[in-house]
Design a protein around this ligand. Sequence first.
Ligand code: ADP
Ligand code: ADP
Ligand code: ZN
Ligand code: ZN
Length: 747
Amino acid sequence: MVGAREHNLANIDVEIPKRKFTVVTGVSGSGKSSLVFDTIATEAQRQLYETLPAFVRGFLPSYGHPNVDMIEHLSAVVVVDQRRLGGGSRSTVGTATDIAPLLRLLFSRAGTPAVGGPDAFSFNLPTGMCPGCAGLGEVIDIDMTAFLDPDRSLNEGALLAPAFKVGSWYWQVYARSERLDPDKPVRDYTEEERHTLLYSTSGSVPVDVRGQQVNASYEGAVVKFRRLYIQRDSAELGQRTRQMVERFTTSVSCPDCGGARLSRAALDCRVAGHGIAELSAMEAAHLHDVLTGLDLPTAAPIVDALAERVGHLVDIGLGYLSLDRRTDTLSGGESQRVKIVRHLASTLTDMLYIFDEPSTGLHARDVRRLTDLLLSLRDNGNTVLAVEHDPDVIAAADHVIDIGPGAGDNGGRVVFTGDVAALSTADTPTGRHMRARTRLKDAVRTPTGHLTVSGATLHNLRDLTVEIPTGVLTVVSGVAGSGKSSLVYGVLCAQHPEAVVVDQSALTANRRSTTATYTGLLDPIRKAFARANGVSPALFSANSAGACPTCEGMGVIYSDVAHLGEVSAVCESCQGRRFTAEVLTYHLNGRTISDVLEMTVAQAREFLSGQRAVAPVLDALVDVGLDYLRLGQPLTTLSGGERQRVKLATHLHRQGAIYVLDEPTTGLHMSDVARLLDVLDRLVDTHAGTAVVIEHNLDVIAHADWVIDLGPEGGSSGGQILFEGTPRALCDVPHSHTATHLRQALA
Ligand code: ADP
Ligand code: ADP
Ligand code: ZN
Ligand code: ZN
């Protein structure tokens, strides 16, 4: 490739060896994504698009040329990124890895009693789905806690839905039937009385209609509510009725299939004594054992193929997931690894596979297994390219391209290419950190108190009680699936809602939100423009009369092309400058508001150095390694790691808060990690905060004051607390994977 200039790339030439494993590394903002995703992947997609017939192209978004002079010998590209797997409730680990179809094939060939074709085992096809829930595994039913107040009697309004209001016609059926005591609290009903109130459908009762006695047929309250509201097509109900129904219902496991989604015939079919629902609910590691123990001569090739693919799930550190796990409950790192498993089974060769930090979410123990799988893709005759920071992944590469030396305008150059041996002597930030050792602190902080998390029972956690020290930095460690997120997000944050969650989730769905609006920087900037020009600050806002009316202040126009994806184009009215011509006549020190929004954080810090109101936020953004971000960059275009750091910088000034962070080193180069640790230290020391951080990075673990290590493994073999104490004491723990790898890193 010759002359790449996308974003900050400085007209660079790069060669990527075919059928090798190449890692692209460098500090954050140096230009790795601009090279790998915005140049190489985009060009490959564009070249593929050019080969399609014109009428097909008419339905696809058009791909612009990336800013590069020449790219030659490009293979077909597969980008395996951390975007969550969509597909709603019908997408599971089994369907996303293509393991589910093989399992169905096995049951159709070797199951007894025989059921028929593989389709009879598919919950996404009418022949196989449970008729009760249409293959969803869940049905909507009454939420009894919302529907009934057992402390009240009928006269006091024990039935809470509006249809059963005291005095109403339906209420009379129960309260005036003489079958039930209208003054007795429902809690004191006998089993039979409760059945009468809720479920009975026998006989009739007299009710009063405008002074006339008429007979109404009796129907229990649950049966009636279901018939009136749940068993109807919800499209027939008005919006307010739908909202009412939502208040009194919840989704529950389907009573027909027990949540297994399949028809009775499919569920009753057995292979070597196992049902398909049972195998789908097993953790992959256990399923692998079962499959390798099967002796089925008639179906041996299917069993072997299944065992191999399930083995890949285990190898890649996902042995704790079951095939029936919904993909929309997986983290970004887990999603990427599920996608990897699908591609490992592919027999295509000469593809270019591109990965985005595949080690995200992986414990040091599993990184080795990940690199083995990447190398096996290479050995199948493919070219493998990964953006990565993890020293163990870099060490496994055939070829390294180091972009830098700094971020933004200080980066964009190739500072090193070659093999790992040469990198280890190179004088670049990556080379220096490959040689560096992890170090323990001399002294840890003394806690100011404790937060207690008690009775933690969620997913694989069984009634854990943990004390989390306040006023210090605590790291929660453990292999993937050991229960870290369940403990921290599911339990700690639920028991202590005052905690500030600084995670990687989206900040907002609003495209108009930018780094400047989210961090609150825009306000003082608008005021400074207003003061300098004697006009109203509102003019400089993206949702005011000052904004370009064509693009509504976004500078770009988005259009959705036939559901295939979104294309954005620079707004022609304002040439991407976001504001009306009038607003662009106003200047602050010679620059327009549009110029300022185009500045990076580092440039803005220099330009706005006289503005006291913006300094703390700009400093905080620099400290978390985001000096290269442009103030006007839409938040929707940030990576997960960048989003988390924008949140961190925004919340940094709070006093005495509990901060919860999720793998904050995601997207950070080894040399950025030192700066992140400074930020965490400041949060604890200057702001008297408590930091609770889920992290695998051994430098961060070594820097903690307190470590809570979960394990020993993932899923049902995890969920226990292996260790609570200082990093120094952790090194002596015998059966912890974290301890083993920490010892190695310190050696
Ligand atoms: P890395 O992947 O190494 O973290 P990037 O390639 O994302 O770095 O960014 C390199 C530079 O390009 C940064 O200065 C960044 O702000 C800039 N940049 C990235 N994406 C865009 C974009 N969509 N528009 C303008 N500048 C961008
Ligand atoms: P970690 O954060 O250490 O990777 P998690 O807390 O995500 O671990 O997972 C612990 C266990 O709980 C695993 O067996 C995982 O499969 C299970 N689990 C996590 N989230 C869900 C969920 N939404 N539904 C079902 N099981 C879950
Ligand atoms: Zn069902
Ligand atoms: Zn415009």
